[in-house]
Design a protein around this ligand. Structure first.
Ligand SMILES: *[C@@H]1O[C@H](CO)[C@@H](O)[C@H](O)[C@H]1NC(C)=O
Ligand SMILES: *[C@@H]1O[C@H](CO)[C@@H](O)[C@H](O)[C@H]1NC(C)=O
Ligand SMILES: *[C@@H]1O[C@H](CO)[C@@H](O)[C@H](O)[C@H]1NC(C)=O
Ligand SMILES: *[C@@H]1O[C@H](CO)[C@@H](O)[C@H](O)[C@H]1NC(C)=O
Ligand SMILES: *[C@@H]1O[C@H](CO)[C@@H](O)[C@H](O)[C@H]1NC(C)=O
Ligand SMILES: *[C@@H]1O[C@H](CO)[C@@H](O)[C@H](O)[C@H]1NC(C)=O
Ligand SMILES: *[C@@H]1O[C@H](CO)[C@@H](O)[C@H](O)[C@H]1NC(C)=O
Ligand SMILES: *[C@@H]1O[C@H](CO)[C@@H](O)[C@H](O)[C@H]1NC(C)=O
Ligand SMILES: *[C@@H]1O[C@H](CO)[C@@H](O)[C@H](O)[C@H]1NC(C)=O
Ligand SMILES: *[C@@H]1O[C@H](CO)[C@@H](O)[C@H](O)[C@H]1NC(C)=O
Length: 834
């Protein structure tokens, strides 16, 4: 059968194929075909006023679609429908299909599919539709059903939930199946539900639950599921309630059973049971064809009007492509079905979902309900969703506003204000984390400020070294426990006592303790010329000079060589002279006389050898000491600190974790550290004491770094240094109330941020930047660029001066002696001798 109708203006020439599968319809075939033919005749006459349609009929589905076909209307089985669709897909055809039940619909943006559904058996199709639309995306499910799901439907439901459709990117799902016996007394049912749910473990069945149960059992099941911890932020519960209908459907009563963090959705029967309802294959055929012809007529009219306003060349350029035409026709039919579709429209289901996340913290009370409508389902056009079925799984907190509490505590929480005193910015490691959390979990936040620690101010760098508490103050504890805030955006120390009142998130950072000491100073170089030899070397040396003189003298004196040879003993004839001789030799200033006797010469020769060694060693060492500055011995470890306990005092922050831990330690050296600590009065004085090497302060490394930085900025000197020992790990974490369901998801986010290294990056961002004082922490000093200056030389000049003074006084002494001797000579009357 071939009908051809060419439009007056020849703009639109629609050829459509109507395919009616004879096998699929069997004995109804003739009736349906006749109905379609007569409806098309009617439609062409009554509806299609501006164009024509050319129809071809096929009674089997194995056909070749011609290229110039615009639309296909098929009535065929599910596999045949899909085969036809795939065949025609590339040709951008409009496909209208009527198919059997439990058939996945063709892609809604390319085709229209109407499954023929027996009334009361729509559940499998409904579940399949939701699944192919990815309304729920489960790869495992725990299904709990009761008598409302009849026996023959069970297998169909299972198939809808588990079957894999690769062309729709729907993967197979694993399911567990449990039937609930309901024809029992209430107590028995309770016991049964309890038994089933207590044996369920989320680990083994996955977190997706489908309960196909009667209206009466919903509350019971919700209660027990909550009791056994099966409802949380991760699990999804879909309740399918089929024994409600349009009069009896008070779903809102389940609202009070919803609590924070639940993901619970309800899908319930809203079917109207009355005589005016129509349905069946003929109804659908006529409805779709009617929609199609109307849409076609509109399209033709629109094209005709447009083309009459422009020139032929322009029209060629702007005329709609086949794809455009398909899309506009599809849209037209959909709108028609939505507004005027009557076939099977008595059957309908509604969807509601719990909007629970963050509700507890909405204090203004305008937030209505807790259950929101998210969509409906009809056989003819399938699900139409206005929101997600599980909105929190997809969108987290849905931009809810959560109140959080914080206080100024750098570098964790930094609150900045502008000139007018209003808070202008929240920063710090914790707030970087909160910003990331709010992005990932989709919430906004309002910050409440707890008045703790020092006031924040515009010129914050001044205050950044201050020490603020890391223990939970009572005001914050109360606010979190009474749920006036969602969580504490503060870094607190994780302690066992606090854990009893509040839950901590995973640690954000682990802080270690170390101590602040004065930087080892360069020693004075005045006595540099002394330093090549140690004290005892010097002592030995002077002893040997002093003793060598007399030795030489006596050897010289008792040597008979002089008498024997008749020589004079010349210069070495006194002990003094010998000592001077030896001293001169030491400084490599040879004496005037050399002993004549071999015995004395050997002594002198040996002395010269000693002098050679001494002088060379001294010179070499002196050069080395000129080049390397002499540094104090620093305190770098706890043991060294304890060893210096006589000269150095130490302190630690009052009430800190360190203090609390050391108080109960059994290790003797830490015990000693605790017992001997002193209280600090004035922070500024304490820093001065540290600089002078009299005091050591023990605290978090990070805080000490701030103090160092501050001191450097203030004085432009690096007088402070950190110890090398790091001890006692203190964990810092944010706090949430004990029954918050969100701890797990927050922890997961923190874990992710740790893994990608963001938290580490923030920590380094907020730590003081490295400066000069960090670098030469140890003895690294300029080595190869030291020019000898007055500092190095002053010692030798000083000796020269001493020598001068000494000789001056000795001159005076000699003078006086001379006078005395002369006077005495005059007094003594000389006996006159002849
Ligand atoms: C939905 O409700 C209607 C009317 O109460 C009933 O006839 C139909 O069987 C129900 N659907 C299912 C799947 O139970
Ligand atoms: C059928 O349903 C319609 C719309 O809900 C209603 O107006 C009509 O009275 C109902 N008819 C019967 C017989 O219940
Ligand atoms: C079915 O469609 C008709 C016409 O659009 C409408 O009047 C009627 O209320 C619909 N029935 C239901 C139950 O939605
Ligand atoms: C209540 O809170 C919501 C969400 O935070 C907000 O959109 C709304 O404006 C608030 N209403 C009032 C009256 O404060
Ligand atoms: C956050 O929630 C809003 C409101 O539900 C939603 O429109 C938005 O897409 C969500 N954002 C993300 C990233 O999920
Ligand atoms: C300070 O910040 C507040 C709040 O952000 C703002 O309203 C105010 O205009 C700012 N004042 C100045 C002087 O920038
Ligand atoms: C900022 O620092 C300056 C100088 O240290 C000080 O005089 C001023 O009071 C500080 N301002 C505030 C708001 O703390
Ligand atoms: C919670 O505790 C805080 C601090 O004690 C208090 O200010 C607030 O009013 C309390 N809120 C409720 C709802 O009890
Ligand atoms: C929260 O604190 C309670 C009480 O200390 C504890 O039983 C529970 O396990 C904690 N929750 C988590 C997730 O650690
Ligand atoms: C040595 O020090 C002088 C002045 O302190 C400086 O100008 C010069 O660059 C330094 N040389 C080296 C090699 O460090």
């Amino acid at each position: 059968m071939l009908l051809e109708l060419v439009l007056s203006s020849a703009f639109v020439c629609v050829i459509r194929a109507v395919i009616i599968d004879r096998e699929f319809l069997s004995n109804e075939y003739e009736v349906i075909k006749h109905a379609i033919e007569s409806y098309l005749v009617f439609a062409k006459r009554e509806i299609l006023k501006h164009g024509g349609v050319n129809v071809q009929y096929y009674s089997w589905t194995t056909i070749n679609i011609k290229k110039d076909v615009t639309a296909i209307f098929s009535i065929a089985s599910c596999p045949d429908t899909w085969r036809l669709f795939r065949q025609a897909r590339d040709a951008n055809l409009l496909h209208m299909a009527i198919s059997e039940s439990d058939c996945p619909r063709l892609p809604p943006d390319e085709a229209i599919t109407v499954p023929l559904i027996t009334r009361g058996e729509e559940l499998p199709q409904l579940l399949l539709d939701l699944r192919t639309r990815q309304t729920y995306n489960w790869n495992s499910a725990f299904i709990l059903y009761d008598d409302t799901l009849s026996r023959d439907q069970v297998t169909r439901v299972v198939k809808s939930i588990t079957a894999q459709y690769s062309n729709l990117r729907v993967n197979a799902a694993a399911i567990s199946f449990v039937k609930l016996e309901t024809r029992l007394p209430m107590d028995e049912i309770r016991r049964q539900v309890k038994e089933i749910l207590s044996s369920v473990s989320i680990k083994t069945v996955g977190g997706n639950f489908l309960a196909i149960i009667g209206y009466e059992l919903v509350e019971l099941l919700m209660e027990y599921a909550k009791m056994f911890g099966l409802v949380n932020t991760r699990t999804q519960w879909l309740y399918i309630i089929s024994n409600t209908h349009f009069r009896h459907k008070d779903i809102n009563r389940f609202r009070q059973l919803l609590s924070e963090g639940d993901n619970i959705a309800f899908l319930y029967n809203n079917t109207v049971n009355n005589d005016t309802c129509t349905g069946g294959i003929q109804c659908h055929c006529e409805e779709i064809l009617s929609g199609f012809t109307r849409a076609l007529d509109e399209a033709i009219l629109f094209e005709w009007e447009t083309s009459s306003q422009v020139s032929d060349e322009e029209w060629e350029a702007i005329r709609p492509s086949k794809l455009d035409r398909r899309n506009s026709l599809l849209q037209g039919i959909k709108t028609f079905l939505l507004q005027r579709g009557q076939c099977d429209n008595c059957t309908s289901w509604l969807m509601k979902t719990g909007d629970t996340w963050g509700r507890e913290y909405q204090q203004n009370g305008t937030d209505s309900g807790g259950l929101i409508s998210v969509g409906n389902w009809r056989p003819s056009d399938g699900p139409s969703m206005s929101d997600e079925l599980f909105p929190h799984i997809v969108h987290g907190f849905r931009k809810r506003n959560l109140p959080i509490v914080t206080f100024h505590n750098p570098p964790w929480q930094i609150i900045r204000s502008n000139e007018s005193g209003a808070v202008s910015e929240y920063a710090g490691v914790i707030f970087e984390l909160i910003k990331e959390l709010s992005k990932n979990l989709n919430f906004t936040y309002t910050v409440e400020l707890a008045k703790i620690g020092q006031e924040f101010s515009a010129n914050l760098t001044k205050n950044e070294a201050q020490v603020v508490t890391n223990f939970i103050p009572d005001s914050i504890l109360d606010m979190i426990r009474n749920k006036s805030v969602a969580f504490g955006a503060c870094a607190f120390t994780v302690t066992e006592e606090s854990k009893r009142l509040i839950n901590f998130t995973s640690p954000i950072s682990t802080q270690t303790y170390t101590f602040l000491v004065s930087r080892p100073r360069e020693l004075s170089r005045a006595l540099l010329f002394m330093s090549p030899f140690t004290g005892d070397t010097w002592l030995c040396l002077s002893a040997s000079i002093v003793s060598m003189g007399p030795i030489l003298y006596y050897i010289h004196k008792y040597s008979p060589v002089y008498e024997y040879k008749g020589l004079s003993k010349r210069g070495l004839s006194s002990v003094q002279n010998c000592i001077w001789y030896m001293y001169g030799a030491l400084l490599q200033q040879g004496g005037m006389h050399l002993p004549q006797a071999d015995s004395a010469r050997i002594i002198v020769g040996a002395w010269w050898l000693v002098v050679l060694v001494l002088a060379t060693t001294y010179c070499g060492n002196l050069v080395a000491f000129l080049t390397f500055p002499k540094i104090d011995i620093p305190i770098t470890t706890i043991d060294e600190l304890l060893a210096h306990s006589g000269t150095v005092t130490w302190s630690m922050p009052k009430g800190s974790y360190l203090e609390r831990t050391l108080k109960y330690t059994t290790e003797p050296r830490f015990r000693y550290l605790f017992d001997k600590k002193v209280e600090v009065g004035n922070f500024k004085n304490m820093i001065e004491d540290i600089e002078n090497g009299k005091h050591v302060h023990i605290d978090w490394k990070i805080k000490l770094q701030y103090i160092m930085k501050q001191q450097y900025l203030d004085s432009d000197r690096c007088d402070l240094a950190l110890g090398l020992d790091e001890f006692l790990n203190e964990q810092l974490a944010m706090v949430v109330s004990q029954d918050t369901p969100y701890l797990e998801i927050i922890n997961d986010e923190i874990k992710k941020l740790h893994q990608v290294g963001l938290i580490q990056k923030w920590l380094t961002d907020y730590l003081p930047k490295k400066d000069r004082c960090w670098k030469n922490n140890r003895h690294i000093v300029e080595v190869n660029n030291h020019t000898v200056n007055m500092d190095d030389m002053q010692g030798s000049f000083f000796v020269l001066f001493l020598g001068f003074l000494l000789s001056f006084f000795i001159t005076i002494g000699e003078k006086l002696w001379h006078k005395y001797v002369t006077k005495k000579k005059m007094k003594i009357i000389q006996p006159f001798t002849t």
